[in-house]
Design a protein around this ligand. Sequence first.
Ligand code: HEC
Length: 155
Amino acid sequence: MNFSRIRFLALPVLFTLPLISVSASLAGASETRTTIVEDTNNLPDMDPERGKHLFADRGCVVCHAVNNVGGHTAAPMNATSLSQTTDPFDFFARMWRGADQMLALQNHNLGYQVDFSGQDLADIFAFVHDREAQENFTEGDLPQHIRDIIDNMPR
Ligand code: HEC
């Protein structure tokens, strides 16, 4: 799937539809809340190539394979098998389910907890939905510290 299609078709739809209903149902409710939700201009731009780097460097690839590169502790993140309509909020809400294992791995192998900015998460989201960026994802994209973790994982 072409990333620009998701970005230009799915995202506006994803963000606009709920906003219309939220605005409608909140009509008369708190003014502040409606204003915050409607201000979609503050959403970060998404860069799948940067996301590719982060997916490897921040360790997602240790448990989630892409293009058959990486570990298989959890479900692979191939754009071909992910739903086109995945909502970014839903994606990270589901990621929360794996948080316990992720934090254990990070504390054990890195000695610290990996930090993300909103921009980082947006770029990772872009990468897991972008077939083109995934097609050229290879073992060569794995930094040494991540390779070491994968090599030392129990199989
Ligand atoms: C230590 C292993 C581990 C690491 C590292 C890891 N995850 Fe996960 N992740 C899991 C587990 C376990 C689950 C629980 C559900 C499952 O088995 O797929 C999960 C679930 C998810 C889900 C929900 C999948 C679904 O279909 O509901 C997403 C999305 C996700 N992770 C994204 C990420 C991202 C992005 C990163 C990197 C920032 C990451 N994960 C790093 C283990 C990991």
